[in-house]
Design a protein around this ligand. Structure first.
Ligand SMILES: [Zn+2]
Length: 133
């Protein structure tokens, strides 16, 4: 039977049949060492994963340019929602123009201005988020 050198204590041991890639012998100290290393690796994996999640998502989208097209074709309700949002934006813009051309509705001008600037702030923070990655 194949023997291996324990990665913790350096003593030769025989891996169990169920775990042919076992790196540590069955001594309690070596098993706790194995768990320590495993936890450390897991932690590093998680950090790596979190830091790279945003990048990975963008990379994935870059590699799958047809994704959104496909997504939209498979999720008509999403498209409909977006269309409604766009319609809201359109009517806001119309209102803005209307307000500019008629000074008699001054309060509305102020209201639509604030709505408008809120919308542009949102799109700006989107841009920032993309640049920050
Ligand atoms: Zn050992």
């Amino acid at each position: 039977m194949e023997t291996k050198i324990c990665a913790a204590c350096g003593i030769a041991f025989t891996p169990r049949h169920q775990k042919p890639r076992q790196k540590y012998c069955s001594a309690p100290n070596c098993q706790s060492k194995r768990r320590q290393v495993w936890q450390k690796e897991r932690l590093q994996d998680n950090q790596f994963h979190q830091e790279n999640q945003a990048d990975a998502q963008q990379d994935w989208l870059d590699r799958n340019p047809g994704y959104w097209k496909k997504y939209r074709s498979e999720h008509p309700e999403y498209v409909e929602q977006n269309r409604k949002k766009q319609r809201n934006r359109d009517s806001k813009a119309k209102f803005e123009n209307l307000a500019k051309s008629d000074v008699s509705i001054q309060p509305h001008t102020l209201k639509s201005r604030s709505l408008f600037s809120a919308a542009s702030e949102n799109s700006w923070s989107c841009k920032e988020r993309r640049m920050g990655r």
